[in-house]
Design a binder for this molecule. Sequence first.
Ligand code: PGA
Length: 249
Amino acid sequence: MRRKLAAGNWKMNGTSESLKELNALRDAHPDPKVDILICPPATLITSAVVTVADHPLQIGGQDNHRAENGAHTGDISASMLKDAGASYVLSGHSERRTDHAEIDEQIRRKTKTAHAAGLTVVVCIGETLEEREAANTLDIIAGQLAGSLPDVLTAENTVIAYEPVWAIGTGKVPTTNQIGEVHDFIRTKLEQRFGAGVGKSIRILYGGSVKASNADEIFAVSNVDGALVGGASLKASDFSPIITALENA
Ligand code: PGA
C-alpha cells in the first residue's frame, strides 16, 4: 500500500552538464514502478523540471527557509521551490544539522512551511556513531521524530528518511538487523502519534552509503520503503540499478 520511493540527493554537486544524467534516467525507466525523486542543487531545479517534463520523475529542493519570505539573504523559500517546479524538499539532512547548526525545532518549522507551500517533505533523522556506541540510537530517533515533525501531517506530504550519520558518505552500512530495528521503531512511533491509518502509510526511507551492490538486501528489510541516496545518485549508471532493485523488491 506504500508506493516505494527512490530518492537521490545531489548535495552541492552538479552543473547544467549534469542534466544529461536525468535524461539517461528517464530513458532507462520510461515507465517506473516506483516513485523517483532527484534533489539537485537549487540552481538546477528549473532546468531539471524541464528535462523530466512528461516523465513521472519528480524534482525536489534540498532545503527551505522556515519563513515564508522576507529578509533572509541567500536562503530559498518553500514557495520559491514550488514555483520552480519542485514537488518535494529535504528537511533536516544531517549535513544541514552540522553545517548550519539546525535543530529539531527549526526543522519542524521548515517542514510546516514546506507543507503549507504544497511540497512533500523528506524529514531526515539519524544517530551519530557516538550515540550508537552509547546504545542511545532509539532515544535519539524518538527525540528527533518528536521534535522535527509537526503535529499535523499526512502520508502524502511527509516521508521519513532514517540516515545514520556515520553511514553517510562513508561506505559503512548498518546491518540489516540494525536497519530493521530502527525502521520498525519509527513505524511504531508514527502510529502512536498520528494514528494507525497515517502511521502505517508514511514511507520510511533508509539512507547512508546505499549502492547497487547493497540495495537488494536493504530493500528486503521490513518497513524500508525506499532509499535516500547521495553519492550513488549522481550518475544514472549508478542510480538506475538501485531503482531497478527497488522495483523488484
Ligand atoms: P550517501 O549519502 O549515499 O552518499 O551516503 C546519503 C545522504 O546523505 O542522503
